[in-house]
Design a protein around this ligand. Structure first.
Ligand code: ADP
Ligand code: MG
Length: 233
């Protein structure tokens, strides 16, 4: 599904340059649930933004669903992003003056899905995340966990091939964090490919595979069974 080879990224600020990604090699198959873990500033968001086609690498290769990304024109890239990728952010990024239902329906509007189908689909995704009763409520009337559920329903509504979550539990207390991760696991069980960026070890441990990013390189890449086995040595 996803394959990157020798990816490099630097940020330039005036005459200074910060080399953030220093040759990343990574592969994720369809149906995986992968945590990208690392301390703050290790380049997790930079990597996820490149995977999400929100940013471009300086060099290296990125293939998404067998399509080499750098061959795409800007218009094609935007279409590709809307069709293949769903995003979940730490700060939810909901539209404050729109109801939960309208927020979820928004990607369908951009996909030119008709009004009735939009409403029905959005409602079914709200139901999936347990928020059917909250459809007409504004984000300001929802708890943090509920807001993130709406954001997850919105990301799923467009039926992307890959869901990218950047610190999805970063703004939530631990109980709510586990609930949101339970939901992410459930969505993964249904076959969705999901990458979760986090700096929290217990959140990473709720994924099936943990990739550890440090100083711009992947220093560890293990299935959760291997990680757990190691803990008891
Ligand atoms: P993480 O998500 O792991 O905390 P980031 O990918 O956000 O890390 O950032 C990695 C490094 O790159 C940090 O030192 C950060 O300050 C820097 N950085 C991130 N985005 C930019 C930017 N747009 N311009 C300059 N520096 C940036
Ligand atoms: Mg980050």
């Amino acid at each position: 599904m996803i394959e990157i080879k020798d990816l490099h990224k630097s940020y330039r600020m005036g005459s200074n340059s910060l080399h953030v990604l220093k040759g990343i090699n990574f592969k994720a198959e369809s149906g995986e649930l992968v945590a990208i873990m690392g301390s703050s500033g290790s380049g997790k968001s930079t990597l996820l933004n490149i995977l999400g086609m929100l940013d471009v690498a300086d060099s290296g290769e990125y293939t998404l669903d067998n399509v080499p990304i750098k061959d795409l024109s800007e218009t094609k890239a935007a279409q590709y992003r809307n069709k293949f990728l769903g995003f979940i952010f730490q700060s939810f990024n909901l539209i404050n003056y729109k109801s939960a239902l309208e927020n979820v329906a928004l990607p369908l509007y951009y996909q030119k899905v008709g009004r009735k189908e939009r409403q029905e689909k959005a409602m079914s995704y709200l139901e999936k995340v347990g928020l059917k009763e909250w459809a007409t409520h504004l984000p300001s009337e929802l708890s943090g966990g509920q807001k993130q559920r709406v954001a997850i329903a919105r990301a799923m509504a467009a039926e992307p091939k890959v869901l990218l979550a950047d610190e999805p539990t970063g703004a939530l207390d631990s109980t709510t964090s586990y609930e949101v991760m339970d939901l992410i696991q459930k969505i993964n069980d249904e076959g969705n490919t999901i990458l979760v960026v986090t700096h929290e070890e217990d959140i990473a441990h709720m994924c099936k595979r943990i990739v550890h990013l440090k100083d711009g390189v992947i220093v560890e890449d293990k299935k959760i069974e291997q990680v757990r086995a190691q803990q008891y040595v």
